[in-house]
Design a binder for this molecule. Structure first.
Ligand SMILES: Cc1cc2nc3c(=O)[nH]c(=O)nc-3n(C[C@H](O)[C@H](O)[C@H](O)COP(=O)(O)O)c2cc1C
Length: 165
């Protein structure tokens, strides 16, 4: 798949039921969760994928001790049930790969595996993480009041895209 086709598929899914964010930490724990927010672009002259993960997520506790993550994009509307499950249940309580009958496959360049049943993938090496600073939210009404009433802020993880296919 071409870079642009993968990007188009990503955006369709982010506008729809989401995509899967997989992460494997330094202890070998693997988890997946659904994300609806993320961005692809150029930073430091490299292709980068940014994800936003709230502190409350099990995925967050893994990402803190991980070197990389994978983004797993289904065919549009083909895995809505699984995206719903992985977007509402926690890896603290379930082996989500098992519950969804997913096949984990080794990635090409990173430790975190990919979900074979998906259509397109980004393999990302974490380069930078940035906790949201509540003081930096300019749009208080539109963003802070709407998304952060309970102080469960996001942390941003920016990963260099090493492979996309
Ligand atoms: C469509 C959709 C999009 C989501 N996007 C995000 C996101 O971008 N960031 C986030 O922290 N949680 C997001 N969530 C919520 C997590 O997927 C959900 O809390 C999940 O159960 C966390 O799993 P974990 O505890 O195993 O990490 C989303 C959920 C859905 C259904």
């Amino acid at each position: 798949m071409e870079k642009k086709e993968i990007f188009d598929l990503l955006i369709k899914n982010l506008d729809g039921a989401g995509v899967f964010l997989n992460v494997k930490d330094g202890m070998g724990n693997v988890n997946t969760m659904t994300i609806g927010w993320g961005s692809v672009g150029k930073i430091w002259g490299r292709d980068m994928f940014t994800v936003l993960v709230r502190y409350s997520r099990h995925t967050y506790s893994l990402l803190k001790n991980a070197k990389d993550f994978s983004i797993n994009i289904p065919k549009v509307s083909s895995m809505n049930k699984e995206l719903g499950f992985c977007g509402s249940k926690s890896g603290r309580d379930f082996d989500k790969f098992k519950e969804c009958n997913f096949t984990l496959k080794s990635a090409k360049k990173i430790d975190t595996p990919i979900i074979e049943e998906c259509e397109a993938f980004y393999e990302c090496k974490i380069c930078y993480r940035q906790a949201m600073n509540p003081m930096s939210i300019i749009d208080k009404e539109g963003i802070e009041d709407r998304y952060y009433k309970d102080n469960d802020y996001h942390e941003m993880f920016i990963g260099e895209i090493l492979e996309q296919y």
